[in-house]
Design a protein around this ligand. Structure first.
Ligand code: FAD
Ligand code: SF4
Length: 435
């Protein structure tokens, strides 16, 4: 099913069949054992390591890098997983250039950080290849916990609870677990079905039942879960999409970038996925970059990201922006869409002032047969009894916890969702065992 009514310009098979596999291969190939030893040897194993403080999950980075340099990558993986059970996907998708690698002393001194992300991937890949789950469960406590949402937050929460001996049931409205790891992350960051493999590996801990196709608010109510379980964790993510508020937003060819990406991630044959000749993406975050780059890789001739503010305010990191430009995407700043017509999008230049963003009289038109909206996701279908402020969950009823993108304090990153899911599990465990 296409994600929007199509226009004649949106067609499949823009490229020769062989080009798809090449275009969507791993964007950052894995280090081999020798390369990993060399990369690890650049680490100073700092005392009070700034990289560790910058990691939202607090992984002991100098320790795991030392374990790689001493030839024990499985021990390194255990160090990573003891803080971040989804360390494999995080190694692939974390914007390390704005987290651990940004503050690495070798980045600060020489402009070239230790390759922490690639080293983390090396260690977790080596250990996952053994297909042996490294943790075991504590004796059963008899407590039952419901987790709603099988994204990074829900999975991290479920795993930590299962480890502590609680019985966990995970509900998700989609047909597969993984959340945005499965349906959102750019396909060249998590190739070879990695997201699904990591979920299978995580579930080997035991004590977790995953029930897909169950939507909170439709098939089950929060009050049912509060009645039937000892605790509930909500890891709902952000399911709504902001409106463009531009004339012609409902025209054929205009679609949500997240829907396009989900369709792309689930496509068995990318040559069957239609894409426009001239694609315009409106937004400035990772979703905008991913939709734009993947449109280009599918064979669109021109792809332009248009962001309403300046380059420094784009949520996508400079590394992500550079990646887009290298893929052939043009990025325009300080312009907002006014209207979508049959063959173009009209923009007005913007100017930031004390009253906010001002639309100027001057503007331009960009030829477009496909337009993606990537101007942010929103919280949707909030259950009764849950408090929402500024678009995020800030308070929950007794026995209920929330974390990840749906909760205030999240940075809308995979690694932050994992940290919040894990920490909620610790809080739930304390509450259950203090009874
Ligand atoms: C296109 C895109 C690209 C991204 N790229 C990156 C990246 O490269 N690096 C990075 O760090 N972050 C990236 N992010 C952000 C990252 O994916 C999220 O921060 C992270 O997935 C949040 O995890 P979560 O568990 O809170 O929510 P989600 O991953 O959204 O998972 C929520 C789950 O809850 C389920 N659910 C929701 N409502 C209900 C309900 N009522 N009943 C039952 N189930 C429900 C959903 O089906 C889903 O499986 C990206 C996001 C997008 C949209
Ligand atoms: S800051 Fe850089 S050099 Fe220091 S421990 Fe972390 S990775 Fe190693």
């Amino acid at each position: 099913m296409p994600n929007s009514p199509l226009t004649p310009g949106i067609v499949p098979a823009r490229l020769p069949a062989a080009a798809y596999a090449a275009n969507f291969s791993d964007s950052e190939p894995a280090l081999d054992a020798h390369e990993a030893r060399v990369a690890a040897d650049r680490c100073y194993f700092c005392h009070d390591a700034p990289c560790m403080t910058a990691c939202p999950t607090g992984i002991d980075i100098p320790l795991f890098i030392r374990q790689i340099s001493t030839g024990t990558p499985e021990a390194a993986a255990l160090t990573i997983w003891s803080q971040n059970i989804l360390g494999g996907i995080c190694a692939r998708v974390c914007p390390t250039e704005t987290l651990c690698e940004e503050v690495c002393v070798r980045e600060v001194a020489e402009g070239k950080p230790v390759e922490i992300g690639r080293l983390q991937r090396f260690a977790t890949d080596v250990a996952m290849a053994k297909n042996r789950h490294p943790f075991s469960r504590s004796p059963a406590t008899g407590n039952k916990v419901a987790v709603v949402g099988a994204g990074p937050a829900g999975l991290a929460c479920a795993h930590r609870l299962a480890m502590k001996g609680h019985a966990v049931t995970v509900f998700d409205k989609r047909s597969k677990p993984g959340g945005l790891n499965e349906y959102g992350i750019a396909s060249y960051k998590a190739t070879g079905g990695f997201a699904a493999r990591e979920v299978d590996w995580l579930l080997q801990i035991g004590g977790i039942t995953v029930t897909c196709g169950v939507k909170l608010g439709r098939d089950v109510q929060l009050s049912d879960l509060i009645r039937d379980f000892d605790a509930v964790f909500l890891g709902l993510g952000l399911q709504g999409v902001n409106a463009l508020r531009a004339e012609g937003e409902d025209r054929p060819g205009v679609a949500n970038a997240v829907d396009f990406i989900a369709e792309l991630r689930q496509a068995a044959d990318l040559s069957k996925l239609p894409v426009g000749r001239d694609v315009v993406v409106i937004g400035g975050g990772m979703t905008a970059v991913d939709a734009a780059v993947q449109s280009k890789l599918l064979g669109a001739e021109t792809v332009t990201i248009v962001y309403r503010r300046g380059q420094d305010q784009m949520a996508a990191s400079r590394h992500e922006q550079d990646h887009a430009v290298q893929a052939g995407v043009r990025i325009l700043h300080n312009a907002a869409p006014l209207r979508v017509t049959a063959e173009a999008v009209d923009f007005a230049y913007t100017e930031a002032g004390p009253q906010g963003l001002k639309l100027l009289d001057q503007g331009f038109a960009l030829k477009a047969d496909q337009v993606f909206k990537a101007i942010g996701q929103t919280l949707a279908d909030v259950p009764a009894g849950v408090t929402v402020e500024a678009g995020k969950i800030t308070a929950t009823p007794a026995k209920v916890w929330a974390g990840g993108d749906c909760a205030a304090g999240g940075e809308d990153l995979t690694v932050t969702a994992v940290a919040q899911g894990r920490d909620a599990a610790e809080a739930i465990h304390v509450a259950l065992t203090a009874l």
